[in-house]
Design a protein around this ligand. Structure first.
Ligand SMILES: [Fe+2]
Length: 251
C-alpha cells in the first residue's frame, strides 16, 4: 500500500502546518506532495518554507509564490493578499527566493497517473489565463477540466475548499468518509487548505491518497490546531487583523 499526503495553501500558518505534519506522521505515509501557496497571508512564511523543503517530495508553485517573486502583477491580488505577499517577501532570504523560482507549475506523476497543479490544469476559471490562478467555480468548469486533464487523477488547491468530483458529474458531499476511486473514472480533487480553510470549518485540511491491493482511496483529514496562537501571531506583526479573524471562522 502506497500512502501519500497531499497538502496545499499553508500560507505561513506554522501552527496548522506542524499539527498537520504530526497527524501525517501517524498515518504511515511515504510521501508528502505540496500544491503551493506555502507563503502569503500568515505570520511564518520562512519557517513554513523551511519545513516544506524538508518534508515534501514534490512541490508545485502557487500564485502567492509568484506574487512574492514579483512574476505577476500586484493588481491580480486583493489588498489583504498584497499585504501578506509583501510581508512574506521581507521574511525570505535570497536563497529562499531562488528556491521558489525553481518550482514548477505542473507536475505529472506518470506511474501513479496523477497531476499536481495549484489552480487548474487547463487554466479554466483563471482571471489572467495562468494555470496557477485557475479556479473550479462550478460543475461545468470541473467537467471541462476533467475532460482535458492528462491523468486519471488531478489534484488542485487554491480555492481553500475541499471537493471530489468524478467525470460522470458526481460531486462527493461531506467528505467525512473514505472515497473509493474507481479505475474507470477520472477524478478532480481539491485537498483544501492547511493554513486558511474557507469552507466555514476552521480546522486545518489536507488529503491522503492510498493506492494498493487493487484499490485507490482518497480521504480528507480535518485537524484541530491552536488557531488562536496563529491569530495572536498575526496581530503581533504587520499583517491586517482581518487575516487573523478569518481563521477563527474558516472563511
Ligand atoms: Fe491560497
Amino acid at each position: 500500500m502506497k500512502k501519500i499526503a497531499i497538502i496545499s495553501d499553508i500560507h505561513g500558518n506554522l501552527e496548522a502546518l506542524e499539527t498537520v505534519l504530526f497527524d501525517i506522521e501517524k498515518q504511515d505515509v511515504q510521501d508528502v506532495y505540496c500544491l503551493g501557496d506555502i507563503v502569503g497571508y500568515g505570520p511564518y512564511p520562512k519557517k513554513c518554507l523551511d519545513i516544506i523543503r524538508k518534508k515534501a517530495t514534490i512541490i508545485v508553485t502557487g500564485n502567492h509564490e509568484l506574487g512574492v517573486l514579483r512574476h505577476v502583477s500586484f493588481s491580480d491580488f486583493r489588498s489583504v493578499a498584497r499585504a501578506g505577499i509583501e510581508f512574506s517577501r521581507r521574511q525570505l532570504s535570497k536563497s529562499d527566493l531562488i528556491f521558489l523560482q525553481s518550482l514548477q507549475v505542473v507536475k505529472i506523476v506518470k506511474n501513479l497517473d496523477l497531476t499536481l497543479i495549484h489552480g487548474s490544469f487547463t487554466g479554466i476559471g483563471s482571471p489572467n489565463g495562468l494555470q496557477v490562478w485557475g479556479r473550479i467555480r462550478d460543475m461545468e468548469d470541473a467537467m471541462y477540466e476533467l475532460e482535458h486533464s492528462p491523468t486519471r487523477l488531478c489534484f488542485v488547491g487554491h480555492i481553500h475548499v475541499p471537493f471530489v468530483i468524478d467525470d460522470s458529474g458526481k460531486w462527493y458531499e461531506g467528505l467525512t468518509e473514505d472515497v473509493v476511486l474507481k479505475k474507470d473514472k477520472k477524478y478532480l480533487i481539491n485537498v483544501g487548505s492547511v493554513g486558511q480553510p474557507r469552507d466555514k470549518n476552521p480546522m486545518a485540511c489536507y488529503g491522503i491518497l492510498s493506492i494498493g491491493e487493487g484499490k485507490t482511496i482518497f480521504k480528507i483529514q480535518r485537524v484541530f490546531y491552536n488557531i488562536q496562537k496563529t491569530v495572536d501571531a498575526i496581530y503581533g506583526v504587520e499583517l491586517p487583523e482581518y487575516l487573523g479573524n478569518r481563521l477563527l471562522k474558516g472563511e
